[in-house]
Design a protein around this ligand. Sequence first.
Ligand code: PLP
Length: 212
Amino acid sequence: MSIKINLAEIKATLPDNVTLVAVSKTKPNKAIEEAYDAGQREFGENRVQELVAKAESLPKDIEWHLIGHLQKNKVKYIAPFVSLIHGVDSIETLKEINKQGKKNNRVINCLLQAKIATEESKFGMSFGEIERILKGDAIKTMQNLNIVGLMGMASFTDVHEQIVEEFNSLKTFFDSTRLSTLSMGMSGDYKIAIEQGSTMVRVGSAIFGSRL
Ligand SMILES: *Cc1c(COP(=O)(O)O)cnc(C)c1O
């Protein structure tokens, strides 16, 4: 299967209000160019260094998403150009994003990551913590960042019901906020995520093939 065909097949199944972020981590520029030539413009990477290197050498109208966990000290490298940061899970990181946004004279869009999976390893905040941030005073002073939505990852499991439940819990919480973007769903579970109300899916291997 070619990248172009994979992309077309996935896009054909997506509702109009769902954005596809093509997750190109570990894949060579050639693969990204193939997707780009097929019309894809939003790409996601989970490592800052790799994201910066690819952004430098690939077309400038690509919108780059940082989808993985972001360490505070690395915000500065992506602040000048990043389109959306998905994995923000602390007020400290928000402060740093705001600071770097100011330095770069731009407003940086980000998503707060909610922990919905049962696995210990997944990053993210509880709904309570997110609510405190959204309603808190600190955020009001941060004029160089814009929290546009939430992001979550379901447990890595074959139990369909559990994935449904985890995405559904995030969607229910999301609806209680006034945010516009709900990033949930990867290659293995994006169809379930869309059924549960996702507005943005992050799909890698189903487009580019498996990562070794
Ligand atoms: C790697 C990754 C994806 C894409 O995973 P696939 O299973 O290849 O679609 C999505 N979101 C995050 C946060 C990732 O790290």
